[in-house]
Design a protein around this ligand. Sequence first.
Ligand code: ASP
Length: 621
Amino acid sequence: MLDFLGDLQRTHMCGALRASDAGKKAVLMGWVNRRRDLGNLLFIDLRDRSGITQVVFNAERNPAIHKKAEGLRNEYVIAVIGTVKQRDPNTINKNIPTGEVELVVDELRLLNESKQPPFLPGETVLPNEEMRLKYRYIDLRRDVMQRNIELRHDVAKAIRESLSAQGFFEIETPFMTRSTPEGARDYLVPSRVQPGSFYALPQSPQMFKQILMISGFDRYFQIVRCFRDEDLRADRQPEFTQIDLEMSYPQQESVWRVVEEFLLASFKAAGVEIKPPFPRMSYDQAMRLYGIDKPDMRLPAMTDIREALTPEELEEFTSKFRVRKDLPVQLIRIPKVGDISGTERRTIGTYGAFQHTQGGSFVQLMTDPKRFAKDYPALSEKVIQFAKVEADDLWILAGALNKPEIAAVAEQSLQHFCEKCGFLRLDLAQKYAAKHVAFEKSGDPEKDFKFLWVTDFPMFEWDRESKRWNAAHHPFTSPHENDMAKLEANVHSVNDPKSPLGEIRALAYDIVLNGTELGSGSIRIHRQDIQSKIFQALGMSDEEARSRFGFFLEALEYGTPPHGGIALGLDRIVMILAGADSLREVIPFPKTARAVDLMVDAPTPVSDAQLRDLGIQVKKS
Ligand code: ASP
């Protein structure tokens, strides 16, 4: 028989009682996390989101209640009224904050029963993820998940407070809208009232936030859901949450300061003291030094050793190793790896992303520094000094293979070569993670959280598949003022891979943390004439631009102030702060890699009647 809650009220949460409460009456409510039956004494660990309290049913003190308690099972929901008692010193549990006390029960109310759950929140061994997602409500009861979701709340709250204090208004923008310019596939919502027409779910509120600047709100932010139909990875979800903001009359630095301020506040809410301002690095520099536009700075950069050599030495070295001297010769080093076997050395470059992207095909590797030192003692000494190689570092050299037939391939550009080296650096970093331990938390925020602003991104990037220039960020991004002439001169070269369009810098920036891109933003185009030029350069006819973004182009003509902004991934930030390895660990109801919600079982087919209403016919495959 179940009891009613009636007007019984909790006096404490399950994580609250301390030794100083001994002797007090208390009313606790929660789930039966675990029970131990010692005959006359029955112990229950009672759990709620704040923690666990041990409650005791004593057969001698109260036989009827003890009898009732014998029927309790895992995950039953109960209320207990009792007296807080200090535990005997030898039964104190140091692992939990309430471990010095227990509640001796005088009254028990059984509020609800539970079927035997497929797994128990209190167990340390986890079931597979499919099970966790199907029974997400049970999974979310687990201590770690409760903490992750609480952390998410704390972080979001700190961000809201910080941005509000910095003069930003939180303003909502529509979910049912039209295609936005982020370049992924849209999720579509069919219109019933206008059959054959569709809303698109926003990939971001980009145009709305710019319009809010045109509307005079000066500073806008929103913690907002965005929808992108992309192939999923561990750090992607079809719907994800951005901290989206836009401001009027900014320099790039003003946007960066705003972000640094709210990151400082939100990390503080998570107990981490970071120290802005964050370092800055241009895109070109990042590519040369790290071979990637989101450098993980917890490990050393690559060193182009050409500068350390005399022209004669460089000549000799590059010809012996058959590498080009007009491209960098990169020294890649991973600290603290120590000695590795010859076999292990020989496999360098045969695994991970480097191999996967066929990096070996034109990257020449020197993976045996000992042999190198024997053959070229002077050179080796110089290189080691120049690149500040330490005794237990693993280091290798990578050069661009000098074969005429390969050199002829346009792709063997500086950027392409550096990218390959960057992959290799990251492969090695992964492989020897247990040795260098740079990816483990040390407790020192300056080492554990390496922030970086990457700046001066290219405005356009060449798309090898469609053989055309695309906007590298989005088409509303402003080019550098001093690159305007170049833009003007090259608006008709969208299909020319050699076009100087590739040299135009954008006022675009990314914020990177530990090799993860947390967010991107830019100063926007606020002038209609420049916006048209960009569309033109992207090969978009006036008509096409009008039909896709007409309302926006028109809005630009009504006194648009200079403006700019950024959007950061909230899920990613929380994931990193939680030390989790998947976004699913910090999103209450996430989707699988196949974009399925296993708990509610979505997506699903819909009824014929619904389809008829929408004027939609589904092809049977
Ligand atoms: N809308 C952009 C994005 O989602 C961010 C921005 O430019 O503010 O990546």
